[in-house]
Design a protein around this ligand. Structure first.
Ligand SMILES: O=C(O)CCCC[C@@H]1SC[C@@H]2NC(=O)N[C@@H]21
Length: 252
């Protein structure tokens, strides 16, 4: 059944807009004005949606655009691993609202895929006052609920086209519920349980991978995720690279 109400757990605050440049920018403006950790910006459409690597993020009405403001007390490097928590939370939310009809895989570093096609992208941005602690973090999440962009280089899909026309509001409610479930685990036990949950849905593990880094390309097998969230790529020689940032491509 479709629901039009958004229920957020304790500690989360909704900022709902019809249209905005993009929800990450709005969350950063709120943060600069002193908004609390847990503020969630949700917009029906974005006039200037952004993806990673400076790409545009197509933002028609009908998809989900949200940005969560968090004020973690740890270092930026540790806080950046929250993208894995967000990916797991959104994958679980999609499974719940679709009655397990759609079961996304987590693609490193922070996409959700269904049948090899992208259904969700995550964009993490931060502001840090100090070298060792994070002032705030904004984690933007876009889910192709009703529509998906036609991009032959990076194939995408939507929940609607997979036969699961869900309510954006219901999806947001369950997504935040799952964040509320995982955040205390992260705070008390660190990254390990999140890493394990992510790996159970890891996309392309054990498969050939090409990692495109700033200055070179590495080819090998994706053998897992390191304790710090790096992708472990094993070359034919057996040498293992830890990849912290870059773009990865899987064959097939
Ligand atoms: O896969 C990517 O390149 C990241 C996409 C992130 C899209 C979301 S939608 C909500 C927030 N606002 C934006 O403009 N981007 C993020």
């Amino acid at each position: 059944m479709k629901s039009n109400t958004i229920r957020l757990p304790e500690g989360f605050y909704l900022h709902q807009l019809d249209s905005v440049d993009n929800t990450n920018e709005e969350a950063k403006r709120l943060a600069d004005k002193g908004a609390q950790s847990g503020a969630l910006v949700l917009a029906k459409t974005q006039t200037s949606g952004r993806g990673r690597r400076g790409r545009a993020w197509s933002s028609p009405v009908g998809n989900l655009y949200s940005s969560l403001l968090l004020r973690p007390t740890c270092s930026l490097a540790e806080a950046a691993r929250l993208t894995f928590l967000i990916a797991v939370a959104m994958a679980e939310a999609i499974e719940t609202v679709t009655g397990m009809q759609v079961r996304p895989d987590c693609k490193w570093p922070n996409d959700l895929m269904v049948n090899g096609r992208k259904i969700c992208g995550i964009l993490l941005e931060s502001a840090s006052n100090h070298l060792s602690s994070t002032d705030y973090l904004v984690i933007g999440t876009g889910v192709n609920v009703a529509f998906y962009p036609d991009d032959s280089e990076r194939p995408a899909t939507s929940l609607a086209s997979l036969g699961a026309p869900v309510s954006v509001h219901e999806l947001v409610s369950v997504y935040v519920e799952r964040i509320a479930y995982w955040l205390p685990i992260w705070e008390q036990q660190g990254f390990t349980p999140i890493r394990e949950a992510w790996l159970t849905r890891g996309y392309g593990i054990g498969e050939p991978v090409v990692a495109r880094l700033t200055e070179r390309e590495l080819q090998g097998t994706f053998v897992g995720l390191d304790d710090d969230g790096s992708l472990i790529l094993r070359e034919g020689s057996g040498f293992e690279h830890r990849i912290g940032a870059g773009e990865v491509f899987f064959r097939g």
